[in-house]
Design a protein around this ligand. Structure first.
Ligand SMILES: Nc1ncnc2c1ncn2[C@@H]1O[C@H](COP(=O)(O)OP(=O)(O)OP(=O)(O)O)[C@@H](O)[C@H]1O
Length: 291
């Protein structure tokens, strides 16, 4: 730890050390967007409180427009905030000076739904990584490119490829590798598997579960897909019109929902896909072949 309480970026904390630490704490967060209507604003996130601890995967679910992305972006420090507090590793981002902010921001990395849209189409995987290393040399020296790709179950042969030469699943794993390079404490994953085929979706979910085990990274997992959330999340928050209407362990909330709205969401899931043990209770060992 540095004297200011911010952990040194390159300190190699083990997964065990990283677990149980409070990574992010959101207190009564409200986000309003300006609109042209009579009220002049729209409340996208309305007094939401939540926390994510080291190694936890915490879901945010709800229908389209319920405020999930707005919440995720605010937690990542990338979106607006009207009121309320977001403390990352115990520090309120608003009170930090520029140098502290620069050091703390990489602790949260974001993965989006469209991996190809997140990658520069003119940049090979290798040159994209080189650019990131140039921006944060002190954080990124812990691993070389080849090993980084192996960590996300990609062949190092892909380093020379441009984004359009990658499948959706490969591109998403490159995005995860780029995030991982920064040794973040928290990944905000916004519908990271929605655009992928079901089998590729399962591989990416398995990868996130394995990375949580090996690195202790926590994940705020934003999704409208309850069966995916049931597979991967420890706890879940259900959002309706900007408010959290129900929260708790993923198994309890999704198998025995208490709020009427959660019941409605659950009843819309076909078959019995929410039943049974979550994937983290039977996490794949991840020794599959590289692609
Ligand atoms: N930049 C913006 N300006 C004005 N309103 C916005 C803006 N971004 C989002 N909204 C509104 O805020 C509300 C929440 O949007 P948000 O994208 O956070 O919801 P979501 O649950 O992530 O939806 P989806 O699953 O469709 O992405 C919606 O009513 C949306 O129309």
């Amino acid at each position: 730890m540095k004297g200011d309480g911010i952990p040194a970026a390159a300190s190699p904390a083990t997964a065990g050390e990283r677990a149980s630490e409070r990574i992010v704490e959101v207190d009564e967060l409200t986000v309003e967007y300006r609109t042209g209507g009579r009220r002049g604003h729209h409340t996208a996130v309305d007094r939401v409180s939540l926390h994510v601890d080291g190694g936890e995967i915490v879901g945010v679910v709800g229908e389209s427009g319920s405020g999930k992305t707005t919440l995720g972006m605010a937690v990542a420090g990338l979106g607006p905030r009207t009121s309320g507090e977001i403390r990352l590793l115990g520090r309120d981002l608003r009170t930090l000076g520029a140098a502290d902010l620069r050091r703390l921001r990489p602790e949260v990395q974001v993965i989006f739904q469209d991996p190809h849209g997140s990658l520069d189409p003119r940049q090979s995987v290798r040159s994209g990584l080189r650019e990131l290393r140039g921006l944060q040399p002190e954080r990124t020296g812990w691993i070389d490119d080849e090993e980084l790709l192996r960590q996300v179950r990609l062949s190092p042969d892909l380093l020379g490829r441009l984004p359009h030469q990658l499948s959706g699943g490969q591109a998403q794993r490159v995005c995860i590798a780029r995030a991982l390079l920064m040794r973040p404490r928290l990944l905000v994953a916004d519908e990271p598997t929605s655009g992928l085929d079901v089998s590729v979706q399962a591989e990416v979910l398995g990868l996130l579960l394995r990375l949580r085990e090996t690195t202790g990274v926590a994940v705020l997992f934003v999704s409208h897909d309850l069966s995916v959330v049931r597979r991967i999340c420890d706890r879940v928050h259900v959002m309706l019109r900007g408010r959290v209407v129900e929260e708790g362990p993923a198994g309890r909330v999704l198998e025995a929902p208490e709020h009427e709205y959660t019941r409605k969401l659950v009843s819309a899931v076909p078959g019995r896909r929410l039943r049974g043990a979550a994937a983290h209770e039977k996490a794949p060992t991840g020794h599959g072949s590289l692609t």
